[in-house]
Design a protein around this ligand. Structure first.
Ligand SMILES: *[C@@H]1O[C@H](CO)[C@@H](O)[C@H](O)[C@H]1NC(C)=O
Ligand SMILES: *[C@@H]1O[C@H](CO)[C@@H](O)[C@H](O)[C@H]1NC(C)=O
Ligand SMILES: *[C@@H]1O[C@H](CO)[C@@H](O)[C@H](O)[C@H]1NC(C)=O
Ligand SMILES: *[C@@H]1O[C@H](CO)[C@@H](O)[C@H](O)[C@H]1NC(C)=O
Length: 630
């Protein structure tokens, strides 16, 4: 007689119950790389014998689902899909599962060019239209993602949303690619509604926003390895998901969202590649992956970055995109790594100003007043700071000057050059010049806040896990944090006061709001963003320093007003990399009074309509074209 102990029974049971799980499957269809999601969209019953002529791989067949159309409408419908969706292609039409079909038929005339289709009845009309892979053995339909190469090195992880709303790393790799692979689902699965204005909008997320199920890095390897996957998605990203956005990956940030340059810094992870011009210009930081990706990839609609001292505006300008630093405090930044809660803002980098408004509305909720359906009364006071005074001052000067004049004409107003220090002397509360008053304000606030909120717990946790060791930190955050250690709490309190003094003056004397909601702001203030100058990434720089000093780009940081980037075009110059003439983006920044974020987006739309601005394209220039080294 054989007696089994409890232990050996357990062993037998666990051996039988080995867990085998699919993480999805990578395939190619007519040489286009696709990913078959491991999460079924639903089941159908199909007589698989009728599909015998349709190609099969691992028991999956490409099919097209059409719940609600007449068979006679299919040619037009499917042809339109090839232009609105980059995932669908005619090869999916070899088998069409049609809600209105009576039985199985083999139309003699091709429904779509060059493909002979079999049309079968769709037994489950709840499945959204679009391309799928049908698993023959189960009748399950699996959603299709098209796979793209992240040749700009903009992403750190490709993501796939699971049915429970958490995320996992997308398990796919395009054969013969030296870069990460990103997957985007068919746009046909999503329908825009009032509740889901961002349905199907593909979103890249800066790797400081925590996403449930996924480990984050903040641009630091030690951090990535130390902490477990996030268990919740923060408010900001969740709002975008709830509005229908599809998160396709986490994107690179300079470390701990501090500003870094390529050759000197970016030790832990490599800086992404700016696709414009010679392909070797610095992307600017810290939302570097956001800017590089939206400028490189037509398949990506929008990226969310963050701006504390210019981290959205820099990458947007240097890559010729729209971008916004919003009014401060519009949405909770829970589950986001802080640089400085006093100054941090979440903003977008984007090509299309219409998606921009919908994304702002979703992200900022009731704190955002969209003016898209209104007829705004634009302020007629146009102020410029640091603008060139004549068109021969630089290659970009005519673009800035022409834009200011065109804007003034558009709003029936006039342009006034503002000298900040003179204005401060004339109408300010007295005391030192701005350059002195605000010299250490930014550096003190960000370093004191980040050392307390990020470095201290991180170093403590790392030491506890690694026998008292200190984690590696890139030179820039390290030197900034050291500066913070030299500043006292009294210094910090003084800098908060300096910020407040400046903010009060600005928001009452220079750019106050007005009560008429259709105007919102008393004026619009312009300053040069990107001037199309070259800043190649292969430059050896001096030792990392501290962001001291005051400049125009700090105004919105301290005054909490919205500050948006508008691409104006590009200038031609001889690249030091290619020894060939290349095109480098030029962009202007426009500020309005606090809370007038909606006005700035509507202005972008109206200026596009009026032909004063052009929607930028993804590619080697802001008007499109090949990217070197893609
Ligand atoms: C998520 O993780 C945090 C930190 O580890 C923990 O404090 C919190 O209770 C967790 N929340 C949930 C919903 O599991
Ligand atoms: C135009 O600006 C440049 C640079 O600021 C200056 O050198 C030049 O004298 C100016 N020309 C005129 C006509 O004002
Ligand atoms: C700003 O602060 C630095 C460091 O204390 C100092 O060296 C510099 O002179 C200051 N600049 C101004 C304009 O006050
Ligand atoms: C901090 O202060 C010490 C002593 O004054 C000085 O030697 C050091 O250079 C300072 N470090 C930084 C990062 O400012």
């Amino acid at each position: 007689m054989v007696r089994l102990s409890g232990l050996s029974i357990l062993w037998i049971v666990s051996a039988v119950a080995a867990q085998l799980a699919s993480t999805g499957l990578s395939v190619t269809l007519n040489n286009v790389p696709y990913f078959i999601s491991p999460y079924s969209a639903g089941k159908v019953s199909v007589d698989t014998r009728s599909l015998s002529k349709v190609a099969t791989v691992f028991g999956f067949k490409p099919v097209t689902v059409v719940p609600d159309a007449k068979e006679s409408d299919l040619p037009k419908l499917l042809t339109s899909w090839t232009s609105v969706d980059d995932v669908f292609q005619p090869a999916f039409a070899g088998a069409i599962l049609l809600g209105s079909a009576r039985g199985t038929s083999n139309p003699k005339k091709p429904i779509i060019s060059g493909v002979s289709s079999v049309v079968v009845k769709l037994s489950n009309k709840k499945i959204p239209a679009g391309p799928y892979f049908l698993e023959l053995s189960t009748g399950s339909l699996y959603p299709v993602h098209r796979l793209y190469q992240d040749f700009a090195g903009a992403f750190l992880q490709a993501l796939l949303e699971k049915p429970d709303g958490k995320f996992e790393t997308l398990s796919a790799q395009i054969a013969g690619s030296d870069s990460l692979t990103i997957g985007v689902p068919s746009r046909l699965y999503y329908t825009k509604t009032a509740a889901k204005p961002l349905a199907g909008v593909r979103l890249g997320v800066k790797d400081i926003y925590r996403v449930a199920g996924v480990k984050g890095s903040n641009g630091n390897r030690a951090w990535y390895n130390l902490y477990p996957a996030a268990n919740v998605t923060g408010t900001a990203i969740q709002r975008l998901i709830d509005a229908g956005a599809v998160v396709v990956g986490l994107q690179k940030t300079s470390q701990f969202a501090n500003g870094e340059s390529a050759t000197a810094d970016w030790v832990d992870y490599h800086e992404p590649f700016n696709p414009r011009g010679d392909g070797y210009q610095d992307t600017s930081s810290s939302s570097s992956g956001a800017g590089a990706s939206v400028a490189s990839y037509e398949w990506l609609d929008i990226a969310i970055g963050s701006d504390t001292g210019g981290s959205v505006r820099g990458p947007a300008g240097t890559q010729g995109l729209f971008g916004n630093r919003p009014s401060h405090g519009l949405v909770s930044l829970d589950n986001v790594m802080p640089l400085s809660p006093t100054l941090d803002t979440p903003g977008f980098l984007i090509r299309d100003p219409y998606i921009w408004d919908a994304a702002n509305a979703a992200l900022y909720g009731k704190n955002y007043k969209s003016l898209v359906k209104a007829k705004p009364k634009y302020p007629n006071k146009i102020l410029t700071v640091g603008f060139p005074t004549n068109t021969s001052a630089s290659a970009a000067a005519p673009l800035f000057i022409d834009f200011a004049n065109a804007l003034a004409k558009f709003v029936s107003g006039s342009v006034t050059a503002l000298n900040l220090e003179n204005e401060w002397k004339a109408t300010g509360p007295g005391g030192p010049a701005l350059a002195q008053l605000l010299n250490q304000t930014y550096a003190t606030i960000i370093t004191k806040e980040q050392t307390e909120l990020v470095r201290e717990p991180f170093f403590r946790d790392y030491a506890a896990a690694h026998d008292g060791r200190t984690p590696f930190v890139n030179p820039v955050p390290k030197s900034r944090w050291a500066y913070g250690d030299n500043r006292t709490d009294a210094d910090l309190q003084q800098e908060y006061k300096n910020k407040q003094t400046f903010m009060t003056w600005w928001n009452t004397k220079v750019l106050p709001p007005v009560t008429d909601a259709s105007q919102c702001s008393s004026g619009l203030l312009l300053y040069p963003g990107s001037s199309g100058s070259q800043n190649p990434r292969n430059t050896y720089r001096t030792l990392p320093g501290v962001p001291l000093g005051f400049g125009t780009s700090r105004i919105s940081v301290f005054t909490e007003v919205p500050d948006s980037v508008y691409p104006l075009g590009q200038v031609a110059s001889l690249s030091t990399i290619t020894n060939h003439v290349e095109y480098f983006p030029v962009a202007v920044d426009i500020m309005a009074a606090k809370g007038c974020d909606g006005l700035l987006v509507k202005l972008a739309q109206d200026l596009v309509q009026a032909g004063i601005l052009t929607v930028p394209k993804a590619g080697g220039t802001v008007t499109g074209g090949d990217i070197l080294m893609k």
